[in-house]
Ligand binder design. Structure first.
Ligand code: PBG
Length: 315
């Protein structure tokens, strides 16, 4: 009877798996602060992607980790066809064609030697408008490599409009944009910065949102939709369910939420100690995020959970 009347469900297609692919590795490298998550080699990425797609996930979101010596001030590895992320996109698109939605993180932070999401001026401040042309070049390179959908995560003002224009101009009119509409300057990204060998010394509070602010998310939503976002996202997820509910109530576009690295690691660590039941906690966290209004959830558990809920076809 509970199944009959349940309001919220979780199906494999709702879940997107974020994956890390690193240059210069001989074998996958575990990420200490994210037990069970690795930096992949190109080969291990293809195998893990195959498993995730077979489990029925809705899509894959790729992050690239270049070698330290390949990082520079402009993040050149981001838009070079030889960059690790673009090579990985090309490999997965060749493997899967249109069998899954292949997504790419469109942001410079993994590729810059200073670790910021944009280019910086001579005083070390992120230069919003100078960054937009870098995002345009990166986006076109990712679409050319085979990404179906781009996730610009850098929080520069005007990034959706700039990227949309560049994609259209280059003939990539079908490449969709998943806007990071409300992305807060969060301590819960800590393990991710280990995952991508981040060079950041400082914080991102000049371009990410203040956790104290709620109304700002709806202003960002209006801007992203006007600029051409196809989907919108709230990040992190669990501490921001109020924001997610607001965005879901107002957005005519599909809404995603990102259950970030710190959320993953907290549940993993407590479960490892036997303090909470892992499977129940994972399912409850994802159900809460869906209940608050996310049609799509990015989660490092996507492939595993897809296996657990594979009997469910979704709505
Ligand atoms: C920036 C980016 C970050 C995450 C996704 N994209 C880190 C940041 O903004 O510092 C975090 C994801 C996570 O914590 O799981 N390119």
């Amino acid at each position: 009877m509970r199944r009959l009347v349940a309001q919220t469900d979780l199906a494999p297609r709702h879940l997107v798996l974020p994956m890390f692919v690193a240059d210069g590795l001989d074998e996958p490298k575990p990420i200490a602060s994210m037990p069970g998550v690795v930096q992949h080699t190109l080969d291990s990425l293809r195998t893990a992607a195959e498993e995730a797609v077979a489990a029925g996930v809705g899509g894959l979101m790729l992050f690239g980790v270049p070698r330290a010596q390949d990082k520079d001030a402009l993040g050149s590895g981001a838009d070079s066809a030889d960059g690790i992320l673009n090579r990985a996109l090309a490999a997965l698109r060749a493997d899967f064609g249109d069998d899954t939605v292949l997504m790419a993180d469109t942001c410079l932070d993994e590729f810059t030697d200073h670790g910021h999401c944009g280019v910086v001026d001579d005083q070390g401040r992120v230069d919003n408008d100078a960054t937009l042309s870098r995002y345009q070049a990166m986006a076109v390179a990712q679409a050319r490599a085979g990404a179906h959908m781009l996730g610009p995560s850098g929080m520069m003002d005007g990034q959706i409009a700039a990227i949309r224009a560049a994609l259209d101009e280059a003939g990539h009119t079908d490449t969709a944009l998943l806007a990071y509409t409300a992305k807060y300057a969060s301590a819960f990204y800590g393990p991710f910065r280990d995952a991508v060998d981040s060079s950041l010394d400082g914080d991102r509070r000049t371009y990410q949102q203040d956790p104290a602010n709620r109304a700002e998310a709806l202003r960002e939503l209006e801007l992203d939709l006007a600029e051409g976002a196809d989907l919108v996202m709230v990040k992190p997820a669990m501490g921001y369910l109020d924001i997610l509910a607001d965005v879901a109530a107002h957005s005519p576009a599909p809404v995603a939420a990102y259950q970030v690295s710190g959320e993953y690691s907290m549940i993993s660590a407590a479960a490892e100690r036997g303090w909470i039941d892992r499977r129940s906690a994972v399912l409850e966290s994802l159900t809460s995020i869906r209940r608050a209004g996310a049609s799509i959830v990015l989660t490092y558990w996507a492939a595993e959970v897809a296996g657990w809920v594979s009997g469910s076809a979704g709505q």
